[in-house]
Design a protein around this ligand. Structure first.
Ligand SMILES: C[S@@+](CC[C@H](N)C(=O)[O-])C[C@H]1O[C@@H](n2cnc3c(N)ncnc32)[C@H](O)[C@@H]1O
Length: 253
């Protein structure tokens, strides 16, 4: 099922830069019960289940009011922790999960740039559309502002730190490989990089980064792989994804 337009159009910001503002998210979550960025779980469940086992401990970054954690829970993945920067998102998510009886899922207010967890404590870290927020004021996507680079690297450093030695980072995004690889493949990280796509007209990317599996061979292979350039027209993107991408589109054209 495709994601609907926001029920209340008042939650749409006038500019994508609002996505960097915590007050924007608080205000939005106070008014909105559910919104699924990009696609819902049914579109990528088949890929998730190849990588997340029922016994995996999973951290979801920037859960918002998405149903991702509930869907994982229904698939038997019960050791789940969700974080979000917005206290309103966190309170509402806690209440929703209690009401549904999913009491084991932990939800807490936290910043993904400074995770309140010990080193090596999760099998999987997953995010959908959350890292993309850091790119909304990146400037030229081929040469992002130093402030963007710093934030993205901080986020990745934290993810790498909290993953177990053979843990996996899953990133679900519209960020194309030629814009994400420069971050993912930083020598600081020991993970290998793979991706799949899903979606119909517009393809979203499902990155799988496996800690401790870095292989120069696979990197060279990736360098040589032709990545088709995806030309985006506004009506190809569904609903709010368009707004989210506005800055990047401007720079790509
Ligand atoms: C584009 S929404 C994605 C929400 C959800 N993952 C989904 O797929 O529908 C981005 C989410 O990230 C949260 N967020 C933004 N910056 C954050 C940060 N530094 N740490 C944790 N969460 C953050 C926002 O509050 C919002 O819930």
């Amino acid at each position: 099922m495709d994601r609907p337009e926001p029920e209340n159009p008042d939650v749409l910001p006038s500019t994508a830069l609002a996505y960097l503002d915590r007050n924007y998210w608080d205000k939005r979550f106070a008014q909105e019960e559910h919104y699924e960025w990009f696609k819902d779980y049914s579109h990528f469940r088949h890929i998730v289940l190849q990588h997340i086992k029922p016994q995996s401990s999973v951290l979801e970054l920037g859960c918002g009011n998405s149903q991702l954690c509930e869907e994982l829970y229904r698939d038997g993945i019960t050791e789940l922790t969700c974080i979000d920067l917005s206290p309103i998102a966190v309170e509402k998510m806690k209440q929703r999960l209690i009401n549904k009886g999913y009491k084991e899922i932990k939800v807490l207010e936290a910043d993904m740039l400074d995770l309140p967890f010990e080193d090596g404590c999760f099998d999987v870290v997953i995010e959908k559309g959350t890292m993309d927020v850091l790119f909304v004021d990146s400037g030229d996507p081929w040469n992002p502002h130093p402030a963007t680079v710093e934030k993205v690297m901080k986020m990745l450093h934290e993810i790498h730190r909290v993953l177990k030695p053979e843990g996996i980072f899953i990133s679900i995004t519209f960020g194309q490989p030629h814009f994400r690889r420069r971050f993912f493949s930083d020598p600081e990280f020991t993970w290998s990089i793979e991706w799949n796509t899903f979606g119909e007209t517009f393809h979203y990317f499902f990155y799988v980064l496996k800690k401790g599996q870095r292989s120069l061979e696979s990197e060279e292979y990736r360098e040589k792989t032709h990545i088709p350039s995806i030309s985006l027209y506004h009506d190809e993107l569904e609903g709010e994804d368009f707004l989210f991408r506005t800055n990047i589109d401007e720079m790509e054209s």
